[in-house]
Design a protein around this ligand. Structure first.
Ligand code: ACO
Length: 430
């Protein structure tokens, strides 16, 4: 029997019964749709603290238990046994692919990695020191002006071609943004290389000498991408859904997601963590830094700590910390002052009453920047790397939404607190 919740107006006594809806796991949600019709009221939940904005079958998080499942599979198992492209396939299609399915998917992604030559020229229009996220957001949006054969959102084959194209081309766009910032020639994708190896080659190869790709670098990137691939209705994914719900061109919707990801409270945190660690400088300064974090007036946050959903360890942070040790060791950088500092900062913060009482733990981005730095990826590119990985999740959510025959435009309401109706006053009478 469905559980009902009663919402009663305490002045009129009028009650409305609201149905609880159950998912396969996780808390029930209350269907509030009848409230407006029956009580004439909206609900109020700034920041969506307690609001499920959609139904979804893609990713599940239990923030108290520190659990993250992609299509039901624990992220730890995928991190250990899978690859980024297999995870992308899983997210987009819903089941683990068979060998022929995965081979066909990887081949299709490989063969879509080149971008239209005209799009490459867009980069010449940017100032050399433009932030790469600005370039990536703009070039992804510009893809809407190309690729007209795959933008009928009501055609499943168009949707599929779009999905493959955007997953395939994001690394090429990211590498072009990086090469442009260096003033180096663009390096074209190579079909004999795998996804992450090809990306490293596009980032670091130059025409004048051969570039040896370090397998540990490709392995570390692949792992980071698996861990960043999706995270249910986070800010950027919700942005992609909202933009896409209007029927907008899918490349425009992904570009909106790139822009939302950029903020320091979201995907920009990886860049901010390294800035913060450098600012702290040494373990001797940790206490003074944490005192500023705890001072409400200082407006300083411990970047890479805290999460809207996790009130326990972010499972991804633990895996990335383990990978940090491996990468630094294999690259012969056993002494990494920033990693040492991050470990000490984590240790101190996890014992501090301020962080303990607020259930603030390291999130996915506390350690990811240390790996990116060790691989030679500059700080301004960290959020771009996140965007490449999260494209898989954005596409999966966009597909799920658009293929739902009941899709409706996303249109929140508000609590209006501005002036009531008043008459215009001519300028000389004000
Ligand atoms: N440092 C210090 N205090 C913090 C931090 C932090 N990193 N995070 C939360 N708090 C405190 C808040 O000041 C607040 O304290 P109060 O109750 O005394 O007012 C309490 O913890 C709750 O914080 P909120 O801001 O209400 O939590 P919210 O869920 O809105 O924010 C967020 C989550 C944005 C991730 C926040 O923890 C934060 O700013 N963290 C640092 C930035 C960061 O690492 N972002 C990456 C998130 S993961 C990702 O998107 C990939």
């Amino acid at each position: 029997m469905t559980t009902k919740y009663e919402l009663k107006n305490t002045q009129t006594g009028k009650a409305t019964l609201l149905d609880a809806m159950s998912g396969t796991i996780g808390p029930d949600v209350i269907n509030i749709a009848p409230l407006l019709k029956e009580q004439g009221v909206f609900t109020f939940d700034p920041g969506f603290m307690a609001t499920a904005s959609t139904e979804s079958k893609i990713t599940y998080i239990d923030g108290d238990a520190g659990l993250l499942l992609y299509r039901g599979y624990p992220v730890e198992q995928l991190a250990e046994k899978s690859t980024f492209l297999e995870v992308a396939n899983l997210l987009v299609y819903g089941t683990l692919p068979t060998k022929p399915q995965l081979d066909a998917f990887c081949s299709s992604i490989t063969r879509h990695t080149m971008i239209n030559e005209q799009l490459l020229r867009f980069f010449q229009g940017f100032h050399h020191n433009a932030h790469p996220m600005a370039k990536v957001a703009a070039v992804v949006a510009s893809m809407a002006a190309f690729y007209h054969d795959s933008t009928d959102i009501n055609d499943p084959r168009h949707r599929e071609i779009f999905a493959h194209r955007i997953i395939a081309k994001l690394p090429t766009i990211a590498a072009a943004a990086y090469k442009h910032s260096l003033g180096q020639p663009f390096v074209y994708p190579r079909n004999d290389l795998r996804y992450c190896t090809n990306m490293l080659n596009m980032f670091f190869a130059v025409p004048c000498e051969p570039y040896a790709i370090d397998p540990i670098a490709a392995e570390a990137l692949d792992l980071l991408f698996i861990l960043h691939a999706d995270h249910e209705q986070n800010a950027s994914t919700s942005t992609v859904r909202l933009a896409g719900s209007t029927g907008a061109n899918p490349y425009a919707a992904i570009s909106a997601g790139v822009s939302a990801l950029w903020g320091p409270a979201h995907g920009g945190a990886n860049e901010a963590v390294l800035d913060m660690l450098e600012g702290i400088g040494s373990a001797a300064n940790i206490d003074a830094f944490l005192a500023r974090v705890k001072d409400k007036h200082a407006n300083v946050r411990l970047m890479g700590f805290g999460h809207r959903v996790y009130k326990n360890f972010d499972p991804r942070a633990k895996i990335i910390r383990g990978m940090c040790y491996r990468v630094l060791e294999k690259l012969g950088r056993t002494e990494s002052p920033l990693f040492e500092l991050a470990l000490r900062l984590e240790e101190i913060a996890l014992k501090d009453e301020y962080f303990v009482s607020r259930k603030l733990y390291p999130n996915v981005d506390f350690y990811s920047g240390i790996i990116y730095s060790a691989l030679g990826i500059p700080r301004s590119m960290f959020t771009v790397m996140f965007a490449i990985a999260r494209t898989a999740g954005w596409v999966a959510h966009w597909q799920e939404m658009v293929s739902d025959p009941h899709m409706r435009i996303g249109r929140p309401r508000q609590l209006y607190t501005g002036p009531v109706k008043r008459d215009y006053v001519p300028i000389d009478g004000r």
